[in-house]
Design a protein around this ligand. Structure first.
Ligand code: ADP
Ligand code: MG
Length: 293
């Protein structure tokens, strides 16, 4: 299931702008947006090697292998309980924080194992940050402190440096204009969509390279959702993004690659356009056309 990047670039070149996908009883239009026209060759940022994961006796992932390209958006789709969250939580060593959990295999970040004996999982989580379905700002901390918290934990005390990083991170998260006059208000005072962007700003303020997003828009209204999608498009110029989503339209809109999972296995992984218009696997087709899930 691991694909060659050269082969992938060819497929990316062929990706079209607008496609139709037949569903039982209707024609659903899925807009496949923002493919790379030039088919630029991308380096691999994360490599999953024979990844298996358990919760107690229950095996949640079965030998997942995949290469995730840098500065792209990879969507992970599949029915509830298929292992999407577990997979991305293996990428930044969060799976092991669940008691009774077990991991087997390896995850390489830019070619180096994040499971090496010398590796500090906290450092991994700064490089591979995560946002969740429910925004998780520190509710009593101010907007400013929510963004500055990671730097402070790293020992940064200099006010000027903190100010600069807070402003830069909030700008990158497309939130600065909305909060610049209320930086001392608590994070919990913001709307759900703003809180989600605050959490993204918090991740951006440290040494972020990869942003994992676990259904980041599931609790948001359509306008907040489109702001996050727009932000994802901006951020992928500089960061590698992996987004779990239940919404196939969203996967098609925001991602360049799509991974389809079922029962803890990676069933299909390819250029998004291909997965949504001409999947290789019958199971993928059944899922994207709404026959189950
Ligand atoms: P998804 O994100 O695709 O909905 P998950 O990765 O959350 O799926 O779950 C995969 C499987 O692992 C499911 O069968 C789920 O019930 C199980 N699981 C997830 N989290 C836990 C947990 N904390 N304890 C026990 N089982 C879990
Ligand atoms: Mg999940």
């Amino acid at each position: 299931m691991r694909f060659m990047i050269d082969e992938m670039s060819e497929k990316v070149k062929q990706a079209g702008a607008q496609v139709e996908s037949k569903t039982p009883g209707e024609i659903r239009k899925i807009e496949v947006a923002r493919q790379e026209p030039g088919g630029e060759k991308k380096a691999v940022k994360i490599t999953a090697i024979e990844v298996c994961a358990w919760f107690g006796e229950k095996q949640a992932l079965h030998s997942v292998n995949m290469d995730i390209c840098e500065k792209e958006v990879t969507a992970v789709i599949g029915p509830s309980g298929c292992g999407k969250s577990t997979l991305i939580r293996c990428f930044n060593r969060m799976h092991e924080t669940v008691s009774g959990s077990r991991f087997q295999g390896d995850i390489l970040l830019a070619g180096e194992s994040v499971y090496g004996s010398q590796v500090d999982p906290v450092a991994v989580r700064r490089r591979v940050g995560m946002v969740f379905q429910k925004p998780t700002p520190f509710p009593t901390l101010s907007i400013y402190d929510n963004v500055a918290v990671g730097l402070r934990l790293n020992g940064t005390r200099d006010r000027k440096t903190l100010n600069e990083v807070v402003e830069k991170s909030l700008k990158k998260a497309a939130l600065w204009e909305e909060v610049k006059d209320s930086l001392n208000k608590p994070g919990a005072a913001l709307s759900g969509g703003q809180q989600q962007r605050l959490c993204i700003a918090r991740a951006l303020a440290v040494d972020l390279e990869v942003l994992l997003m676990d259904e980041p828009c599931s609790a948001l209204d359509p306008i907040s959702t489109s702001k996050i999608e727009e932000l994802i498009h901006e951020l992928r110029q500089n960061y590698t993004i992996i987004i779990v989503t239940h919404n196939m339209q969203q996967a098609a809109r925001v991602s360049q690659k799509t991974a389809f999972m079922l029962n803890g296995k990676l069933i299909e992984y390819d250029v998004t356009n291909k997965v949504f218009t001409n999947p290789n696997n019958k199971l993928t087709e059944d899922y994207i056309t709404g026959r189950f899930g």
